[in-house]
Design a protein around this ligand. Structure first.
Ligand code: NOJ
Ligand code: CA
Length: 651
């Protein structure tokens, strides 16, 4: 058994996945293309963001006509990104930081430049080499299979002049489909899988997995033979490896995705494609119905399985899994300019889709982080990066990561011309306005907010593992659901409207419990007999932990009308201990809270002296299970006499 880096076999349930392409992230050798050495340098950034897993888009040798999904060799690294050694070094460094790594297993097709295809087109018809791919004398076979890249392709067959036959491809014509009826192909793909698992990667995303087999009279998707093949892959994983994960990319309706989990003997995870556009629809319509409807239609999955949730990714925002009416609506709402449309989707990033509204970005992220499944964050969305719809294909959402306001967004020191793509430069989303360095300096930036929410999610297994129950709310603009795991329940409430909303929520099942708002820790009125009433600001979203044993009402502080003494006023700094003392919050705590706090402590020996200042000198979070302990070293200066350094601990 070859163990992966994670220690819990269900690690993917608690993961926060960050999706990136190595070429987009950081260029270490200034040739204009991001590389593994550059990505390794940025691992501290990712660790600090709080994500737990990196999903790497394809990086094998490739002619790059589909951004690397056209693989010319499965067991190497594209020379622009470095060497296999660089990859290994990156993997080791990621693992050192307890970050898992998922790579791509592009199973369905190769590039036409792959030696298998070059050999196949020359080989004798009927030979095993020829039969690595799917050939036909007529382009009329399998007529019921849809065309996926509707903007680029007119048929799933392309004539090959060397083979003197048509070959089958579900994507671009330069991406011939492998023939899974050939046992040698199945063996070859198993070898590729073992190559990357032996290297130590923690998970594999199975690209375009519904299309492995073709059968006349079907739409050539989700065929039983595909599931047989997946069971074989999985059995091999379970036989030889521990703590690894297979993630299905099956852009299908929930009932058709369900079989990709098998009885827990196919993929561990699968993307929830239909949920994603419905989150955007719910936002635009200010109506929770699209979300509740699709999740009600979503079948239960085996215990050890998990959905992967996302708002945006490297492709167009796909509208394949919506009705024609819904698609028209989405185009009108989110892609008024035809240049924004591609195939059956919308080629825009998250921030421009929500017209750069911070409140909308936060609302959508709260949903992403609290609906059942593992969230996948697309690189750059944590700072609200923009796109360039004029770059062709899906390249507009694949521009260089914006690190600073310097040359080339701090991504590369190369001249601008050799950059693989120009960075975003417009006044709203350009790198001078949107970049990591600026947001790191600003405690209220989107980046800091994301860090805090990620840290909060990581404190509670409930988000990755809990059950879901929608709560009845009288106002359809408000979505409320309960997540429950073991004896803990969290209630999430989201106002999908651009205006303030009242909401009466049925919390009958939780009578007697007190909702505690999870960011600030404020205790809300206990749930009683009447339906629970809340007032929600525009796009407001709250997470409440339902606390079983709040202090009895008689000994609890008097209700709101009575103000507490000034010096005891709480400073609501959030519950993200890792970043608590970043930036301005530290200054406020030192000025307004620390002297008073010290004086109230029994152990503090300087009570009788006049304090000039108290400062945090050092601090650290010590994790003990779910509850972190926060330890600080404080330097106290008095108007006269020597300094004292008391230590304080809190949790
Ligand atoms: C799905 C990938 O996400 C997409 O980028 C790619 O073009 C197709 N599969 C074909 O490999
Ligand atoms: Ca480079």
């Amino acid at each position: 058994m070859r163990s992966g880096n994670a220690t819990d076999p269900l690690w993917y349930k608690d993961a926060i996945i960050y999706e990136l392409h190595v070429k987009c992230f950081y260029d270490s050798n200034n040739d204009g293309i991001g590389d593994f050495a550059g990505l390794t340098q940025k691992l501290d950034y990712l660790q600090n963001l709080g994500i737990t897993c990196i999903w790497l888009l394809p990086f094998c040798p490739s002619p790059m006509r589909d951004d690397g999904y056209d693989i010319a060799r499965y067991d190497g690294v594209h020379p622009s990104y470095g060497t296999l050694r660089d990859f290994r070094h990156f993997l080791r460094e990621a693992h050192e930081r307890s970050l898992q790594v998922i790579t791509e297993l592009v199973v369905n097709h190769t590039s036409d430049q792959h030696p298998w295809f070059q050999a196949a087109r020359q080989a004798a018809p009927g030979s095993s080499k020829r039969d690595f791919y799917v050939w036909s004398d007529s382009p009329l076979k399998y007529q019921e299979a849809r065309i996926i890249f509707t903007d680029g392709e007119t048929s799933n067959w392309t004539w090959d002049n060397v083979a003197k036959a048509y070959y089958w491809h579900r994507f671009f014509h330069h991406q011939p489909d492998l023939n899974f009826d050939n046992p040698n192909v199945r063996r070859a793909i198993l070898r590729v899988m073992r190559f990357w698992l032996d290297m130590g990667v923690d998970g594999l995303r199975l690209d375009a997995v519904p299309y492995l087999f073709e059968r006349e009279g079907t739409n050539c998707e989700n065929l039983p033979e595909t599931h047989e093949m997946l069971k074989q892959l999985r059995a091999e994983v379970d036989r030889q490896y521990e703590n690894r994960m297979l993630l299905a990319e099956a852009n299908q309706w929930p009932a058709d995705v369900r079989p990709y989990f098998g009885e827990g003997d196919e993929c561990h995870m699968a993307f929830h494609f239909p949920l994603m556009p419905r989150i955007f629809m719910a936002l635009q319509q200010e109506d929770r119905h699209p979300i509740t409807e699709i999740l009600k239609q979503t079948p239960d999955i085996p215990d050890r399985c998990q959905w992967a949730l996302f708002l945006r990714n490297h492709d167009e925002l796909t509208l394949e899994m919506v009705t024609d009416e819904e698609r028209d609506y989405m185009y009108r709402a989110y892609a008024a300019d035809p240049q924004m449309r591609l195939n059956l989707g919308i080629r825009r990033r998250l921030a421009p889709l929500v017209e750069n509204s911070r409140r909308r970005m936060e609302l959508l992220s709260m949903l992403l982080l609290s609906l059942p499944g593992t969230p996948v964050i697309y690189y750059g969305d944590e700072i609200g990066m923009g796109d360039n719809i004029y770059l062709g294909d899906r390249n507009g959402v694949r521009t260089p990561m914006q690190w600073t306001s310097d040359h080339n967004a701090g991504f590369s020191r190369a001249d601008p011309a050799p950059l693989y793509a120009p960075p975003i430069m417009d006044p709203v989303y350009g790198y001078e306005a949107i970049n990591v360095a600026a947001q790191e300096r600003s405690p209220f930036s989107l980046l800091h907010w994301m860090k805090r929410m990620i840290a909060l999610r990581r404190q509670h297994k409930i988000f990755g593992r809990g059950t879901l129950r929608f709560l009845a709310v009288d106002n359809r603009k408000v979505l409320a659901y309960a997540r429950t795991y073991e004896d803990q329940t969290i209630v999430a409430v989201a106002n999908l409207a651009r205006t303030a909303q009242p909401a009466t929520i049925d919390l009958g099942a939780y009578k007697g419990l007190a909702p505690v708002e999870m960011i600030g820790g404020a205790e809300f009125p206990r749930v009683g007999d009447a339906p629970y009433f809340l007032t929600l600001a525009p796009y407001a979203s709250y997470w409440f932990a339902l606390v079983r044993n709040p202090p009895p009402v008689s000994v609890r502080p008097a209700p709101v009308a009575v103000e507490k003494p000034e010096e005891r006023a709480p400073l609501l700094a959030g519950t993200a201990w890792d970043t608590l003392l970043d930036g301005h919050v530290r200054v406020l705590l030192e000025r307004d809270c620390l002297p008073g706090f010290l004086k109230r402590q029994r152990w503090f020996g300087g009570k009788s002296r006049t304090m000039r200042a108290a400062r945090f000198v050092d601090w650290s979070v010590v994790r003990r299970g779910l509850e972190p302990a926060f330890v600080t070293l404080v330097d106290v200066e008095y108007t006269t006499g020597p300094r004292r350094i008391p230590t304080s601990a809190s949790s």
